[in-house]
Design a binder for this molecule. Sequence first.
Ligand SMILES: O=C(O)CCC(=O)N[C@@H](CCC(=O)O)C(=O)O
Ligand SMILES: [Zn+2]
Length: 336
Amino acid sequence: MLALGKLLELTLAGREPAEKTQLTVEGVRMRWLSEGALEVRPPEARDNGLDLLLSAGIHGNETAPIELLDRLLHEIARGDLKPRTRILFLFGNPEAIRKGERFIEQDVNRLFNGRHEQSSGSEALRACELERLAASFFSLPDRERLHYDLHTAIRGSKIEQFALYPWKEDRQHSRKELARLRAAGMEAVLLQNKPSIVFSSYTYDKLGAESFTLELGKARPFGHNDGVNVDRLETRLKQVIEGNEPELAEASLDGLQLFSVAREIIKHSDGFRLNLPADVENFSELEVGYLLAEDIAQTRWIIEEEGARIIFPNPKVKNGLRAGILIVPTTDENLA
Ligand SMILES: O=C(O)CCC(=O)N[C@@H](CCC(=O)O)C(=O)O
Ligand SMILES: [Zn+2]
């Protein structure tokens, strides 16, 4: 296998490769760009015009997605997987990956779309670098752009695998992309309805990609991911990469559950209290009238929405950040 296929090993060791560019026997060019960043380019005659950004490890302790990207890269470097797409592989927060932590000082996934400019430290610099790498990768005209930012969640979930689809004014969510996600094993999609500061929102909003955060199960350390079944996603990614994806039946989303955001719960002070058990699962239903959270100045979050559910409840986030998302079921009527 070509040495550049070992991007994860290099990243874990904090090393630069001796050779920055290598060619597989199939004529696929692999180019190391920066720590945790590698571009793959098929021979021109095989290129099918899709630019695919695959990122993982934006949160350093979410290892199943990192292992998945590592397997794909190994297969490309061995010549077993023959790309027809350009691909940018990114391991988001190398320092946090080495330490097995979600982040070191700041959550990188709260530093996009301008936020890193209002901040400092290594994670703000990394968010800036990730934006630059993504912008340069997605700068070629007349190509299709697709970004999957792969994550696992802090807690268990009633719906194990789901996607978050960013929002941009005057841009409709794509039914075709939802069908592709369903085929990749996603059981639900949260359609966002306002701008956000996460990586997938940056590539969707500023770079014109179809972009998604994918949640694949519960976060566990390297080598302990048997409980996270990424088989369907892995198969679909290989098909996308090799340009031999089976036809998508667009009309039917095949039981994919759709949700929209009712409210984001923002933690304003150290007095914030979340009235949920520590082991509450994502997508747990909350009854109308339930007092979900309290904060300073008599702020109270009371459930008003029928069918409301909670995802990503986390009272430990820094003040000013999202401590949970209240979601409600929605329909497919506004899809493009
Ligand atoms: O389990 C949790 O509470 C968080 C899991 C996670 O890292 N989720 C992403 C979602 C990003 C998005 O909103 O698209 C995050 O919180 O950064
Ligand atoms: Zn994450």
